[in-house]
Ligand binder design. Structure first.
Ligand SMILES: Cc1cc2nc3c(=O)[nH]c(=O)nc-3n(C[C@H](O)[C@H](O)[C@H](O)COP(=O)(O)OP(=O)(O)OC[C@H]3O[C@@H](n4cnc5c(N)ncnc54)[C@H](O)[C@@H]3O)c2cc1C
Length: 277
């Protein structure tokens, strides 16, 4: 049987850092005696494929110290997790691996805070050293959780994102080879949501404060010549609108546009999961 590309890790908050008005970095480390980031208990060490590498995190319910997971975490973990009482089992959410470091083993996730509305945002806004989570994180760098894959022969890259996809954009800009032409548009709620995005690319990053429209900004732009590769992520309707413009009036080939709704206004991630299963 093929080796799994993702495994579960028990982690705790080591520290937090405020990156902007809405973005908080949570740095995770292993829990003593748990299945640690460094591979305690026979688990492989957590790694990241970089770019927009995704992972699942499991939050404790109110009143729990640590998330409740199935006793057996094998390839059938998802069915086992679904069989648990939704009011008791760990709350599953999808996030981006912002960074992984060794000696000591640490993993960063940048959370866009959107108030008290969702359990992940609520948890992250109060996160403190010692708080526990579980991660389902990659243990091989070549895994199915990286979407940003510009094909050979790509001449330039277009990125569109909101706050939730800023960590992925940061990872993409770090990963792309020096000199790659990039045009990026990022929609935020407030100018204080902007962060530095270090890169060796020839990147032109435009920050838009809502209600300014991403799709309108892209539509008004002069785009470089050559073969494009577009990557769009953020609120689902925003992403759809930009994609429609790119594959419509701009005539981008459909396979050259990678788009992902990171969340949908008015819908929890649990409800989105129910829809898709
Ligand atoms: C592949 C992938 C990678 C992602 N990476 C990141 C990441 O690195 N950082 C990050 O912050 N998010 C990321 N997200 C988005 C994150 O998973 C969602 O925002 C998620 O819904 C947050 O969970 P919650 O428990 O806070 O809210 P939920 O319980 O899922 O939702 C509660 C309510 O809040 C609304 N809502 C959810 N997110 C937002 C938001 N950002 N602003 C305003 N309202 C919102 C929902 O529409 C719903 O009405 C990623 C999503 C995907 C699919």
């Amino acid at each position: 049987m093929a080796e799994p590309t993702y495994r579960f890790f028990d982690v705790q908050v080591l520290r937090t850092e405020r990156l902007s008005r809405s973005l908080v970095r949570v740095v995770f480390g292993a829990v003593a005696g748990g299945a640690g980031l460094g591979g305690v208990g026979g688990l492989g060490a957590v790694v990241s494929g970089g770019r927009d590498q995704r992972l699942k995190l499991f939050l404790p319910q109110a009143g729990q110290d640590a998330p409740v997971l199935p006793d057996v975490l094998d390839t059938d973990w998802y069915a086992r997790w679904r069989a648990l009482d939704p009011a008791v089992r760990g709350i599953m959410r999808t996030y981006t691996v912002r960074d992984v470091r060794r000696d000591p083993d640490e993993l960063d996730i940048d959370f866009a805070l959107h108030g008290d509305l969702g359990p992940a945002s609520r948890w992250a806004s109060a996160a403190a050293p010692g708080d526990r989570l579980a991660l389902l994180a990659p243990v091989v760098t070549d895994n199915g959780g990286v979407d940003f894959r510009p094909p050979e022969g790509t001449d330039w890259v277009l990125l569109c994102a909101d706050e939730t996809a800023v960590p992925a954009v940061a990872g993409i800009l770090e990963w792309l080879p020096a000199g790659t032409p990039v045009k990026a548009w990022i929609s935020v709620g407030d100018p204080a949501d902007r962060v530095e995005l270090p890169t060796k690319c020839e990147a032109e990053v435009s920050w838009l404060t809502r209600p300014a429209s991403l799709a309108e900004a892209v539509a008004a732009a002069t785009l470089p010549a050559g073969r494009p590769y577009a990557w769009l992520a953020g609120e689902a309707s925003l992403v759809r609108e930009v994609r429609r413009h790119l594959v419509g009036p701009r005539a981008f080939p459909r396979p050259a546009v990678r788009f992902t709704g990171y969340w949908r206004a008015g819908t929890t991630e649990d409800a989105l999961l129910e829809e898709s299963t």
